[in-house]
Design a binder for this molecule. Structure first.
Ligand code: NAP
Ligand code: MG
Length: 487
């Protein structure tokens, strides 16, 4: 199934050129069958240094620095159009190395990427400072204003679950703000980022404005530690997020973090079950559960608990499991053998600690990294199924008796990325939304981020917000100018 897919060059893209570099190579595996698709070089400190030099020079080059915002906006729209023209190839690439269903990558990943570039293109010409009146000086004697200047060189580090979308979530606001960027995709899923590099070059961005360094965690670490980078924008695990915070302590680089989650789906007794049951199934099983804001903990009324679990299990049975490149597939493999083994070990661990298995919990087939849609049931808040992020198609279901306890139950987590609430009561919807520790609350819908709506986490789910004007705050520095005018 891989034969007809044209893959971009497997090299670093630095200063507008494809280059080698790094003394190790990393194999790239097709998660649908475990075969090797190709290999990439792992960038070392020298590679990262070359990318930083290129990005710094481009940042200071008047061609980029003084480019009128409408011209930058035009480049971003040109890039969005090129992504549109190459949508079919990009969708295939995304399904090949990640394993996600082509039905999903072509209707979600690629269109979202285009939308994000178009949305942020509009911000290039809208970003501005304010004119302010000093509080301690007579109005006529001083003039004050703020400027929003690009933060500088951005190191963007992304995971493998939405390689193209998450690259766009970082690149689009960074370019709109006038920054230059070094992107490091995850070692498992490099190809869509490489294709994006080709298209950025074709769109006409000046050399060095966008650079791509291939590699693994060591390459990411080299970016984080490099003194020539002004800001790290990271999406990935909470453990790596914490290590990044420790690493930047010495030079106080700016950092934003989009980390893990264990987001609740809360079904209230008055919910429309025709909406809630398929919604809860989608929230946990879409993208084989590899969504940071997946609804992986279910809270349902005890009286309706069995009926709801049976409903979710029968919706999951309708998802055809198969290779991502099969157009019929609705549930693909997880990304790697390591992920599959880790998820199954966590299921076993949860059962050993007293959770019961309602459905699934096993590998599907004996080739590729497929896991059957699974449901674990527990009322023990210390059970691993309740507390830990599995990042796979596994739901942890817990019944509740009293509506007044639901918010506290859902908030009992070190994470706080998102929540899904199903109810027919406007009052309950508002009350619960107010009390949940979550960066985003979806009511009677699920999994629908929007470029104009901030996204990010409470608690250990991260620092800062992506999307909307909020994201631009993290790619700019505010400078205040105070001028005495009556001298
Ligand atoms: P990960 O191990 O943290 O990797 C994420 C990225 O960081 C990869 O590019 C990785 O490189 C790189 N990396 C690894 N170690 C590093 C280090 N010490 N310094 C700098 N970079 C380093 O995460 P993952 O396991 O691949 O991805 C799944 C996790 O991401 C889940 O926890 C999930 O919730 C989270 N996630 C969060 C969001 C969000 O928006 N909040 C979105 C998607 C995923 P290599 O992989 O190439 O080694
Ligand atoms: Mg990793």
């Amino acid at each position: 199934m891989t034969a007809n897919i044209e893959l971009p060059p497997s090299q670093h893209y630095i200063n507008g050129e494809w280059v080698g570099g790094g003394d190790r190579v990393i194999p790239v595996i097709n998660p649908a069958d475990g075969t090797q698709i190709g290999e990439i070089p792992s960038g070392d400190q020298h590679t990262v240094g070359a990318a930083v030099s290129a990005a710094r020079a481009a940042f200071h080059n008047p061609h980029w620095r003084n480019m009128p915002p409408m011209v930058r906006e035009g480049l971003m729209h040109r890039l969005a159009s090129l992504i549109e023209e190459n949508a079919s190839q990009l969708g295939q690439i995304e399904s090949l190395d990640n394993g996600k269903p082509i039905a999903f990558s072509s209707s979600v990943d690629v269109p979202m990427t285009i939308t994000w570039f178009r949305y942020f293109a509009g911000w290039c010409s809208k970003l501005s400072g304010k004119s302010l009146s000093p509080a301690l000086q007579p109005l006529d004697s001083h003039h004050a204003y703020t400027r929003r200047q690009p933060v500088g060189v951005v190191g963007a580090i992304v995971p493998w679950n939405f390689p193209l979308v998450l690259a766009a979530w970082k690149l689009a606001p960074a370019l709109a703000a006038g920054c230059t960027v070094i992107l490091k995709p995850a070692e498992q899923t490099p190809y869509s980022a490489l294709k994006l590099a080709e298209l950025i070059s074709e769109a006409g961005f000046p050399p060095g404005v966008f650079n791509l360094v291939l590699g693994d965690g060591q390459t990411g670490q080299a970016l984080v530690e490099h003194p020539g980078i002004n800001k790290i924008s990271f999406t990935g695990s909470t453990a790596v997020g914490k290590s990044i915070v420790r690493s930047v302590a010495h030079d106080l680089k700016r950092v934003t973090l989009e980390l893990g989650g264990k987001s609740p789906t809360i079904i209230l007794p008055d919910a429309d079950m025709e909406l809630a049951i398929p919604g809860a199934a989608q929230a946990v099983y879409a993208n084989a559960g590899q969504i940071c804001f997946a609804g992986t903990r279910l809270f349902a009324p005890r009286k309706q608990f069995d009926r709801i679990l049976e409903g979710i299990a029968s919706v999951a049975e309708t998802f055809k499991i198969g290779p991502g490149l099969d157009p019929e597939t609705l549930l693909g493999p997880v990304v790697s053998q390591k992920q599959m083994d880790g998820i199954l070990a966590r299921v076993d661990d949860s059962v050993r600690h007293g959770a019961s298995l309602f459905t699934g919990g096993t590998r599907h087939g004996d080739s590729g990294y497929f896991i059957s849609p699974s449901i674990l049931v527990t009322e023990d808040r210390q059970n691993p199924a309740f507390r830990e992020e599995f990042f796979g198609p596994v739901l942890c279901a817990t019944p509740y008796d009293d509506l007044n306890d639901v918010a506290a139950l859902a908030n009992d987590s070190s994470y706080g990325l998102a929540a899904h609430v199903y109810t027919s009561s406007l009052q309950q919807a508002h009350q619960l939304s107010n009390s949940l520790d979550a960066g985003t609350v979806w009511v009677n819908t699920q999994l629908s981020p929007d470029p104009n709506i901030p996204f990010g986490g409470f608690k250990q789910s991260g620092w800062g917000r992506e999307n909307a004007e909020d994201a631009l705050d993290h790619y700019t520095e505010t400078k205040s100018v105070i001028m005495k005018v009556d001298c």
